[in-house]
Design a protein around this ligand. Sequence first.
Ligand SMILES: [Zn+2]
Length: 229
Amino acid sequence: MNIERARKILSTETGSPEELMQTPDALWIYAGKNGEPHAVLTSGKHSDGYINTNAVLKFTNLCEILAGQLIAALGQRGIIMKQIDAVVSSSFAAITFGQEVARQLKTLFVFTEKVGGEQKWGGRFELPAGAKILQVEELITTTHTTRKVKKAVLDSNPQVEFLGINGKTVVVTIVYRPEDLSKEDPEFEVIALIPKEIHIWDPDKCPLCKKDSPALKPKPNWQRFIEHR
Ligand SMILES: [Zn+2]
């Protein structure tokens, strides 16, 4: 992407969450069109979706709009600003987004730290007793990391409480991409702007290869991926 294109995106101010993700090439989902390719991931596995949240979050204006849309989605679920005292995010990708959500909610913002691949409480922040915490992520595939973040916070800050609805802890995210959306998480109520099932297969078990869809790496073949939108 050249600087002119980046400047143009930086002046974009509207759109649905999907449109905001697609503008800086941060999202592609297989639509099943004739001749449409599917993605070869860096792991070598094949997929019907490609998401690069860093490509959207580096645009501060898009981050701001997406955060506003998530706060509106929270409002639709009956959660209002004054119920939240602090936002917590994992490291590293979710930090800028969590900070933006917290700024708009006018709350504190803290993050856990990635140490040896695990999310830990780094001891950098103090949280007030009784603070109600909202968990914010940018992308959730499984709630594994979400669970680790909550545990890290509560182990070191037993004086705080996580915000809940329907007896579950609330976590908000831009993209929620489990393999099966119909399966409810036992611990978390995931509120996502873009809930999409994305599947990953070993190449020899890939149903899209069997449909004669070309298997390609998304980045060097991006035009071929998006020309089917
Ligand atoms: Zn394939």
